[in-house]
Design a protein. Structure first.
Length: 593
């Protein structure tokens, strides 16, 4: 039997080798991808030829459809495989490239003098990373790299097109950084006033709850636990559970500020500690002056809500504005890929991860968005709940007065369209919108709408079709994709959050506040499951849409204006402003545990 299997293996290997040799080696380059630079970018000058650029090459995966099917099965509470999360090795079986792909791409790289020792491969070998001088990358890709500057000062080195031999187009999915002019933005909104914590015990009514009156003026940990019915829950699985926060643009979370925050809002907490991991050269600067307002907001509320669940903060490089010169390596500014590459190689990953950063979907090439989205599916398959802020632009981009936003599409047609955000539009993440006030109403800036890239997943059909059926016929026709993945999925408070930043008490907000708030509560749900001997929740959405509707506070008032329109309206049931609503922790416990 072993001899037979060995013979079969050798015959298969020979077949692949022969097939590879039979592929015509027409090395004439043909355009693989080209883009029109988004509005606001101006070309400056050629990139310096000796500067280095770090290329990431994505190879087509053999069976992502199989991985997606497994993800939905293990995330469906009614499926026999619910909670049977996959290992790194399990995932690799789905996403590994075809052997012929590896053969052809390796041969192509070798023809340009690039050896195995020059490259780094992902565990499944579906990503290749290599660093080259700009001049060499230009020759290989048949392109020209230029410095491009945005109107706000950001500078990137990018190409508007790149080419590959035709025979490789079906094997290489994308190469970046090339055509992506994304500008990752964090969503924290600073408020100029510095508020004192009110000591009043007067309460204000929230449906089925009583909340301190002070919460009208400043949102604290106590307010969140009261609002979302989580008072009194004590984590019990802290040796198994974890929560993570991603930081980009060089932001650092400050441990001293976190201790000051705990001193004010969580007096029973011991010395605050969390694991800080630097990604791609970021320096973990713990001087108070280097504390990031976004990083502090995310860690203080996510870690505070889930305390004492162990926390991890990743700080990833790629900080604009970046000014390249003859002596500075070319910045790749691909933070999602840098972070995902590191975390997906890890054996142990925090079971809940929150991110408060986003891009306008249309500024991200579809090939890149699609491939990054698939990496989030891998995280979900590993049993991780991946949570993203839905954005602060309403139905627009948030960069100007909502009533005057033009919201032009980023193509040659320049037609008017609502502007969904990415990665919130990825169907494998949970997007969190914003609310404000008590009783809660939708925050006007709550990012919501419908993806132009990703079709609506089946788990959303019933809820979203119900909303669309309520829209007056013809409302916003042509401005959004009725068949797209709808955002947000859920929502949470997003204004007047009181944090400590650079030693001072300030108020801050945005869906940047909503995402870590929801993540903190999810970490508590995971704690309860682990304490009960059950697997973590992993990818949340199929469960939330199937069984969680009545475990949320339905938000029925408010709109998210943008693009010169009033935007969508909050209403009974799911809506593209607040999703299913805000969480009721004790009701979610009954659903999830």
């Amino acid at each position: 039997m072993k001899l037979f299997l060995l013979s079969l293996y050798l015959l298969t290997a020979i077949s692949f080798a022969v097939a590879a040799d039979l592929v015509p080696r027409n090395l004439t380059l043909q355009v693989k991808e080209d883009v029109k630079p988004p509005r606001g970018w101006a070309r400056l000058r050629r990139a310096h030829p000796s500067g280095n650029i770090r290329l990431r090459i994505a190879l087509y995966q053999q069976d992502f459809a199989g991985l997606e099917n497994s993800l939905y099965n293990i995330s469906d509470p009614d499926h026999a495989h619910y909670g049977a999360h996959l290992s790194i090795e399990d995932i690799a079986k789905f996403v590994a490239p075809h052997p012929m792909t590896l053969t052809l791409v390796d041969e192509w790289l070798a023809s340009h003098g690039i050896n195995e020792s020059d490259i780094v491969r992902s565990p499944a070998k579906d990503w290749i990373t290599l660093t080259l001088p700009v001049s060499r990358a230009e020759r290989i890709l048949g392109t020209e790299y230029y410095q491009w500057q945005h109107t706000d000062g950001d500078i990137l080195v990018r190409a508007t097109a790149y080419s590959l031999p035709q025979y490789l187009h079906g094997h290489i999915e994308l190469i970046q950084p090339t055509t992506m002019f994304r500008r990752t933005k964090h969503r924290a909104r600073l408020y100029p006033e510095e508020l004192e914590v009110a000591d009043s015990v007067t309460t204000v009514n929230q449906p089925n709850k009583r909340v301190d009156y002070s919460c009208q003026n400043a949102i604290t940990l106590r307010c969140i636990m009261q609002l979302y019915n989580a008072v009194g829950y004590k984590p019990r699985a802290t040796k198994k559970n974890g929560i993570g926060i991603t930081g980009f643009l060089g932001q650092n979370a400050n441990a001293k500020d976190l201790n000051s925050f705990y001193h004010e809002q969580l007096p029973g907490a011991k010395q605050a500690e969390f694991k800080s991991i630097s990604v791609y050269g970021t320096v973990n600067n713990q001087s108070v002056a280097a504390a990031g307002e976004e990083a502090n907001l995310d860690t203080q509320f996510a870690f505070g809500i889930s305390y004492p669940t162990p926390g991890t903060f990743w700080s990833t490089g790629g900080t604009p504005p970046w000014l390249p010169d003859d002596h500075t390596p070319t910045d790749s500014n691909e933070p999602y890929l840098d972070w995902l590459d590191l975390v997906l190689r890890s054996k142990h990953i925090p079971q809940t991860i929150s991110t408060s950063y986003a891009d306008d979907e249309q500024t991200v090439p579809f090939t890149y968005a699609d491939r990054v989205c698939k990496l989030f599916a891998e995280l979900g398959s590993r049993g991780v709940s991946v949570i993203f802020a839905s954005g602060d632009g309403g139905v627009g981009d948030g960069n100007s007065d909502p009533s005057t936003q033009q919201c032009d599409t980023n193509d040659r047609k320049h037609s008017r369209s609502f502007l969904p955000g990415f990665p919130a539009s990825c169907p494998y993440v949970t997007a969190v919108g914003g609310t404000t006030g008590i009783p809660e109403v939708a925050a006007t800036f709550s990012g919501g709408g419908f993806s132009d890239y990703f079709p609506r997943p089946a788990y959303q059909d019933q809820a979203v079709n119900s909303y669309l059926g309520k829209l007056r016929h013809g409302t916003y026709d042509g401005l959004f994709n009725h068949l797209g993945r709808a955002i947000p999925d859920v929502s949470a408070q997003s204004r007047k959050f009181q944090i400590v930043w650079q030693g001072k008490r300030i108020t801050i907000g945005g869906t940047s506040a909503a995402a870590p708030t929801f993540a903190g509560l999810v970490a508590l749900l995971n704690d309860a499951r682990l304490a009960a001997g059950r697997p973590t929740l992993g990818f949340l959405n199929p469960l939330l849409y199937k069984q969680g509707e009545h475990a949320f506070n339905d938000i029925v008032k408010g709109m998210n204006p943008g693009c010169g329109t009033p935007g969508f309206n909050a209403t009974t049931g799911w809506d593209p402003v607040t999703g299913l609503g805000t969480p009721d922790f004790k009701k979610l416990l009954k659903v999830c545990v």
